[in-house]
Design a protein around this ligand. Sequence first.
Ligand code: HEC
Ligand code: HEC
Ligand code: HEC
Ligand code: HEC
Ligand code: HEC
Length: 177
Amino acid sequence: MKFRRKAVDLTSVAILIIAAIPTGSALTTQDCFDCHTDPDIVPTPIDSASFKTSVHGDLDCVDCHSDVTDVPHETRLKPVSCVLCHDDKTDQPAGSFHQAILERNAELAPNCMTCHGFAHEIRSSEQDRSPTHPRHVIMTCGKCHSDPTFIQDRKIEIPPSFLAGYAKLTHLKVVKR
Ligand code: HEC
Ligand code: HEC
Ligand code: HEC
Ligand code: HEC
Ligand code: HEC
């Protein structure tokens, strides 16, 4: 199983505490959709069908946006971190080596969504629509790695033929000049 939740103990403690407080029920995804699918209320409405069929379609909005506890809510909310639920070291080969680059603050470093698409629309890499599907990887990686200036400056060249016949990033060959 690729998904693992960190700090399981803390989570169950939190659930016990929440269960002990006799307040109204938690906000549902439908509560959020009441406003967030309506272009008259929000500037960028969410496509509910696309969200529901995404890898996160079974989650509630508040599983990620945990700081929304009441509506109407604050307009400045905390950014959501993917590694809260996904182990950045083991889940994803491409992500893990770019994680070091991200931490190094390298110019142009991709974050999770640069490769996987926007949070609400992420598909499994086995799905043809996903930018991480083998068929699209050449485009997804090529945005940076096919750029002649990028190759020139960074001295990293991923052979296009390799990406085209891409199978497993764990076996990715890097040509360092
Ligand atoms: C009463 C209407 C309403 C409801 C219900 C509502 N929202 Fe919002 N939400 C808004 C509006 C309006 C904005 C601000 C849009 C803007 O100005 O960019 C917003 C913005 C946000 C943002 C972006 C905040 C930021 O920092 O940019 C997030 C995330 C969000 N809502 C999550 C949720 C979640 C999760 C729920 C359900 C638990 C929810 N909202 C329910 C109206 C609503
Ligand atoms: C898997 C986690 C996850 C889930 C589930 C999720 N979001 Fe988000 N959402 C994010 C991330 C990541 C961002 C990018 C901004 C950030 O880092 O917070 C974002 C951004 C937003 C924004 C601001 C950007 C925009 O498009 O206007 C709104 C509003 C929002 N989410 C509402 C929702 C609502 C409503 C739901 C439930 C239908 C939902 N989110 C479900 C992770 C999630
Ligand atoms: C609140 C927890 C949570 C957060 C935050 C979260 N995810 Fe997920 N994610 C899940 C769950 C649960 C699944 C479904 C688990 C499964 O099917 O193995 C999933 C599935 C996925 C999958 C597909 C896994 C597979 O094996 O098909 C990808 C890719 C993914 N998430 C990427 C992201 C990215 C990128 C972000 C940040 C934008 C993010 N997730 C944030 C909980 C989360
Ligand atoms: C440089 C692009 C890139 C970045 C950055 C990246 N990923 Fe991925 N990720 C991929 C590709 C391509 C695959 C599928 C191929 C594979 O497994 O080698 C993948 C696979 C995954 C999977 C396994 C499920 C699936 O859809 O195959 C998860 C979960 C995941 N990534 C989560 C993340 C998270 C969380 C981050 C940020 C910490 C991240 N990724 C950053 C490109 C990226
Ligand atoms: C947003 C731009 C961007 C995208 C998209 C991108 N990368 Fe990178 N990649 C970088 C940067 C920046 C570096 C670090 C270059 C440096 O060291 O200066 C890097 C480094 C690498 C390295 C070398 C790692 C090392 O340890 O030296 C490999 C291999 C790589 N990327 C493969 C990929 C693959 C495969 C994809 C697509 C799944 C991808 N990249 C997508 C920007 C990107």
